[in-house]
Write a protein that binds this ligand. Structure first.
Ligand code: 6PG
Length: 517
């Protein structure tokens, strides 16, 4: 094998794989590619990869034979069964010290299982989150590699070269052992779902309550992108809202079916949050909202039966409710504050879940560093990530992001907008589950006294589940019925007689009408 023999191989030439390969080659790392369908490899070598020095092979054994040890083989195949299928074929051909990197959106527990399996052969398995879509893969993604540290050290020069570069350095860092790289990518995606839902809710309030056309909303998002909310997803939103369908000359967004799809990383985030009892209500609301949106047939049917608020008013009333006497720009400024506030709350939930996972799985995650590598390249890149970076750098043991003094002050300054946005949306019957959950998280965290005392009492009443007291140590149970045996349960009476004809009650207002389009 000569000096020129490459170390790097890449398997899987779908959109992410082909662009990542171009990025690696452009940065001076020769590589060999393989795709299950040879025709795709041939087209790629003759097309996008022509003149880049990338070479291709038709089989996995040829790929292994073409690489110098330690081999660094990047899998860019669909998460799930396809990854295991490739590993079954690849692993027996590899030699101790070789490295396999999974750059897909794999479930972190699958990554841990594969790492353990390959380690039996002295192979290193690196589960690496890759974010940034096809443009990111080509020009610089955010990379979240986890697994054996010694493997990362070998890969580092290449990963640093191909990663995005933000004002805070290259967007790659060793995340931690096991499946931590893919876990962090999963949380990135959960936060991405939250961001998208919160933006969609702002859009809905503008569209429905303020009756704003798409072009006008595009300008609002473009304006927001110049301040605290500056981020890739706000920029994307402005571009999308500005886009006109050439055939119909209508805003394309108005023609797109309102049923959101998903590939599962948001759901995994919630499952982990439930397991670790570290709530992420805004991410939960975002996944649930996508699921509800997908029930389009039911929604259309229900829209004819379930009525909304009666005549909440026109755009001027909505503006005035939002602005609450704060001047002509008050309404949009309240929505901007609401979105910023909710975003902060949502990120606080995501970071808290990372903290919980780090403690439970002994990953020793560096939250400041994770925020840093999200400042460029990835889908959630945002100006606000620099604040998160600073907060955890100043206090790595911060119990919750909202407790950072600067972030607490910013939340306090913007929470009024969130309250007004929610009241307005509720008055107009517009669902804002993400924004509401973000505010509920904040309002719950800041309560020294929640009504959970009553829940504990109820549990003890019907199930002798015991409770603790505020005024003394110990575990208590009360005989809530006194010393007497509880009476035999009396069957509940139906409030209304199901066989009776409905009689309109006096003083009940007319059925409300649904103001939504
Ligand atoms: C990224 C994205 C990406 C994800 C898509 C679609 O970081 O580049 O998170 O990995 O696959 O955003 O995800 P859904 O189909 O689940 O919306």
């Amino acid at each position: 094998m000569s000096e020129q023999t490459p170390h790097v191989g890449l398997i899987g030439l779908a959109v992410m794989g082909e662009n990542l390969a171009l990025n690696i080659a452009r940065n001076g790392f020769p590589l060999v590619v393989y795709n299950r369908t040879t025709l795709r490899t041939e087209e790629y070598l003759a097309g996008a990869a022509a003149g880049t020095g990338i070479t291709g092979v038709a089989t996995i054994p040829e790929l292994v034979a073409a690489l110098k040890r330690p081999r660094q083989i990047i899998l860019m195949v669909k998460a799930g069964v396809p990854v295991d299928a490739v590993l079954n074929e690849l692993a027996p051909l590899l030699e101790p010290g070789d490295i396999v990197v999974d750059g897909g959106n794999s479930y972190y527990r699958d990554t841990e299982r594969r790492e353990i399996e390959l380690a039996k052969q002295d192979l290193h398995y690196v589960g690496m989150g890759v974010s940034g879509g096809e443009l990111g893969a080509l020009w610089g993604p955010s990379l979240m590699p986890g697994g054996p540290r010694e493997a990362y050290d070998i890969l580092e020069p290449m990963l640093v070269a191909i990663a995005a570069e933000s004002a805070y350095g290259p967007c790659v860092s060793y995340i931690g052992p096991g499946g931590s790289g893919h876990y962090v990518k999963m949380i990135h995606n959960g936060i991405e779902y939250g961001d998208m839902q919160l933006i969609a809710e702002s859009y809905d309030v503008m569209r429905t309550a303020l009756a704003m056309p798409a072009g006008e909303m595009a300008s609002v998002f473009a304006d927001w992108n110049t301040r605290e909310l500056a981020s890739y997803l706000i920029e994307v939103t402005a571009d999308v809202l500005r886009y006109t369908d050439t055939e119909t000359e209508q805003p394309l967004v108005d023609l797109i079916l309102d049923a959101a799809e998903q590939k599962g990383t948001g759901r995994w985030t919630i499952e982990s949050a439930l397991e670790l009892a570290s709530p992420v209500p805004t991410i939960d609301a975002a996944v649930t909202a996508r699921n509800l949106s997908a029930l389009r047939g039911l929604r259309v049917q229900a829209s004819e039966v379930l009525l909304g608020p009666k005549s909440p008013g026109g755009p001027d009333q909505a503006k005035s409710l939002l602005a609450n006497g704060s001047g002509p720009d008050g309404a949009l400024s309240a929505l901007e504050d609401a979105l910023y506030f909710s975003k902060v709350s949502s990120y606080a939930q995501g970071m808290a879940l990372l903290n919980a996972a780090s403690a439970t799985y002994s990953w020793n995650l560096n939250l400041s560093e994770i925020a840093r590598i999200w400042t460029g390249g990835c889908i959630i890149r945002a100006a606000f990530l620099a604040d998160i970076m600073r907060a955890y750098r100043e206090n790595p043991d911060l119990p919750n992001l909202l407790l950072d003094p600067q972030i607490a002050r910013q939340s306090d300054e913007t929470v009024g907008g969130a309250r007004r946005a929610i009241v307005t949306a509720r008055t107009w019957g517009i669902p804002v589950p993400g924004t509401s959950s973000a505010l509920d998280y904040f309002d719950t965290l800041r309560q020294p006294a929640l009504p959970a005392n009553l829940i504990q009492a109820q549990r003890d009443y019907f199930g002798a589940h015991t409770y603790q007291r505020r005024d003394r140590e110990g575990v208590f149970h009360t005989l809530w019925y006194g010393d007497e045996q509880p009476a035999e349960p009396v069957p509940l009476q139906a409030v209304t007689d199901p066989s009776a004809e409905p009689v309109p009650a006096a003083g009940v207002p007319d059925a409300p009408t649904n103001p939504r389009p």
